[in-house]
Design a protein around this ligand. Structure first.
Ligand code: FAS
Ligand code: PHB
Length: 394
């Protein structure tokens, strides 16, 4: 089989890139190793930045998002048993965020792809990407019991942190920057109505907690836990009790979450990772294949969307004009935004989580930073600007 752009991975990055190229009339094939049901139910991100929502709308993939997504105009920070709201529009000249789960974005993009787009192959395990330093790279994959080859003009690795595309870059070319954090998140999905209007991020002496939303009847909640935690050690009751303890307020001692059956629970390690450059020859890396952020800043999915928006623009320029200017600038263009998001995610994570290696002095520094965020319009604006998402590169 032959195509102009071979896309490894059918997560949000690969699917959105495929949609953008379809709309531009550039033929492409998406190869996804898992089946459709698995990809559509995989619980991950929940927050879309304005620019991500705009890209999905412009790509014709925003109809259900606009119907079912929840516009949020702020977040609540809780620390020292107090509550403080960060007012996004007031601090950013009108920007907010959209609460619309990654699972729903993926479902919408898959439905569009299958209805009117190019080939999307599920259960297609890519084993190698070869020839990326030349003019005709190939993707070697297994599908329906046979070894197959996809001949491409360009290959885009959208295959996540554990993907194979990145391995096609010679070790001496790549630089990997990483940081592992000494804690993880226990994430749950519960049939329990959120009793909070906006997301609540809590710093407490017992550890971090986050209350997010999936719908008026479904809560998405996270608890900081030690690395290596087994979710089976956390009963529903233990989870609810610990969440209530971490969200406790001095001014409202009766504040409690509404409880309900926990539908799913999983432990997610906290890590940061960046691979530079995000391009080698005719191979481009996008999304988690190139970078990972701890989810405290709600950046992962949005960075993936930004990468493929920039890359689609560059591929369209090349196909229409023959110029490779934007393609040549792709890695530097994306990395400027990636490192800004890495820093913001690091700041939110280290300010809000209790670190086992912390001294009381370190905890006081965290509380001073949180007090600064919630008492200074300058500091609050910096948080709101990063959280709602910086404008896409032109
Ligand atoms: P993805 O990992 O989503 O997709 C990569 C795709 O490539 C997968 O479908 C995979 O099956 C496929 N693939 C891999 N190897 C392949 C191969 N060899 N052949 C074919 N296909 C292959 N971000 C937030 O903002 N908030 C969150 O709360 C949050 N929670 C997360 C929880 C978890 C458990 C994880 C892992 C990540 C979380 N993230 C969160 C980050 C997440 O949303 C990512 O940023 C987002 O999924 C990035 O999308 P992709 O780059 O498409 O990568
Ligand atoms: C989520 O809704 O899953 C979510 C929201 C904000 C975050 C992380 C996860 O920072």
């Amino acid at each position: 089989m032959r195509t102009t752009v071979g896309i490894v991975g059918g997560g949000p990055a690969g699917l959105l890139l495929g949609r953008l190229l379809d709309n531009a009339g550039i033929d492409n094939v998406v190869l996804e190793r898992r089946d459709r049901a698995y990809v559509e139910q995989r619980q991950r991100a929940g927050i879309l930045e304005q620019s991500t929502a705009d890209t999905l709308r412009a790509a014709g993939a925003g109809e259900r998002m606009d119907r079912e997504g929840l516009v949020h105009h702020g977040i609540e920070l809780r620390f020292a048993r107090g509550s403080h709201r960060i007012d996004f529009p007031a601090l950013t000249g009108g920007r907010g965020v959209l609460v619309y789960a990654q699972t729903e974005v993926v479902k919408d993009l898959i439905a569009l792809r299958l209805a009117e787009g190019g080939p999307l192959l599920f259960d297609a395990q890519v084993d190698a990407v070869d020839g990326v330093a030349g003019e005709s790279p190939v993707i070697r994959y297994r599908h329906q019991g046979a070894e197959r080859t996809l001949h491409c003009s360009y290959v885009v690795g959208c295959d996540g942190f554990h993907g194979v595309a990145r391995q096609a870059v010679p070790a001496e070319v790549s630089t990997h920057y990483e940081r592992a954090y000494p804690y993880s998140w226990l994430g749950i999905l519960a049939d329990a109505p959120p009793v909070y209007e906006e997301l609540v991020y809590a710093h407490s002496e017992r550890g971090f907690a986050l209350a997010s939303v999936r719908s008026p009847t479904v809560s998405r909640l996270y608890l900081q836990v030690p690395n290596g935690t087994d979710p089976a050690d956390w009963s529903d009751e233990r989870i609810w009790d610990e969440l209530d303890a971490r969200f406790a307020l001095e001014a409202d001692p009766g504040w409690r979450l509404a409880r309900g059956p926990v539908r799913s629970k999983a432990v997610l390690p906290m890590r940061s990772h960046v691979t530079e450059p995000m391009r080698y020859g005719r191979l481009f890396l996008a999304g988690d294949a190139a970078h990972i952020v701890p989810p405290t800043g709600a950046k992962g999915l949005n960075l993936a969307a930004a990468d493929v928006t920039v890359l689609a623009r560059a591929l369209i320029e090349q196909q229409e004009t023959g110029s490779s200017g934007l393609l040549d600038a792709y890695s530097d263009t994306c990395l400027r935004r990636v490192w800004r998001a890495e820093h913001f995610s690091y700041l939110m994570t280290t300010t809000l989580h209790t670190d086992p290696a912390h001294s009381p002095f370190d905890t006081r520094l965290q509380l001073a930073q949180l007090a600064r965020f919630t008492s200074s319009p300058h500091a609050a604006a910096e948080l709101a600007d990063n959280y709602t998402g910086l404008p896409l590169p032109r």
